[in-house]
Write a protein that binds this ligand. Structure first.
Ligand SMILES: C[S@@+](CC[C@H](N)C(=O)[O-])C[C@H]1O[C@@H](n2cnc3c(N)ncnc32)[C@H](O)[C@@H]1O
Length: 218
């Protein structure tokens, strides 16, 4: 999976000269770089985008689906107010134990509730526990074949005016090639089409990173 569609020099400019990572973010990126599947981590520019979204919608409560070693959660939680809350959904204790270390270092661990279970289960539980329209923002970055289900759950959980961001919606450009058909590409292509016609949201597909779809609930 490619993290960006930009030429390398432009990506370096955007992620190293324009997006400012904190020392903790830099160290988390360096540790993750030595791990298998390091390419799953979002770019520094996407971290900056998520932090900006938190502030734009004055988010106090956020959901993340797909945490890995915790970079995106670190970006979101750091931008939340001190009493803000981020619920993180993942299935890997191994990867999220790295995340927990860095959240503690950054002083944001208290804002994060990590739920280790298939995200469809956690989202259903949140709906029961907290009720609908109780979150301001959601970030979807996990298994692609479930994205539509995650989107539908997040639409229930996020308030009007809140925002849902979905990563990898360009899928290395494969969604734009009508000859490419595999489960993930077909799922993401169909979801792009669905969201762009969805009257429940205002949406825009950003070409940042591997494509970030932004959907604001009407
Ligand atoms: C692309 S990575 C997330 C990257 C992360 N947002 C970051 O910034 O580093 C996808 C994550 O989704 C998790 N995942 C995969 N299937 C899942 C499922 N059914 N429920 C919850 N998490 C899942 C994986 O364990 C993995 O950590």
């Amino acid at each position: 999976m490619s993290r960006t569609l930009l030429p390398e020099t432009v990506e370096r400019y955007v992620t190293r000269e324009i997006a400012h990572e904190t020392d903790v973010q830099r160290r988390l990126r360096a540790e993750t770089a030595g791990m298998p599947h390091a390419g799953m981590q979002i770019g520094a520019d996407q971290g900056a985008l998520l932090a900006l979204l938190v502030r734009l919608v004055s988010a106090r409560r956020a959901i993340e689906i797909g945490t890995f070693t915790g970079y995106s959660a670190l970006a979101v939680a750091s931008a939340l107010p001190a009493d803000g809350k981020l619920v993180c959904c993942d299935v890997s204790d191994e990867w999220t134990s790295v995340a927990r270390r860095y959240w503690r270092e950054a002083g944001v661990a208290e804002r994060i509730e990590l739920r280790l279970a298939p995200a469809t289960e956690t989202l259903a539980d949140l709906l029961k526990r907290d009720g609908g329209e109780t979150f301001d923002m959601a970030f979807i970055d996990a298994d692609k074949s479930n994205y539509d289900a995650y989107y539908e759950s997040c639409l229930k959980l996020v308030r009007r005016g809140g925002v849902i961001a979905l990563d990898n919606m360009l899928w290395s450009g494969k969604v734009a090639d009508p000859d490419v058909h595999d489960e993930d590409t077909d799922a993401l292509r169909a979801l792009n089409a669905k969201i762009s016609d969805d009257r429940r949201v205002d949406a825009c597909l950003l070409t940042v990173g591997d494509g970030v779809m932004l959907a604001r609930k009407r």
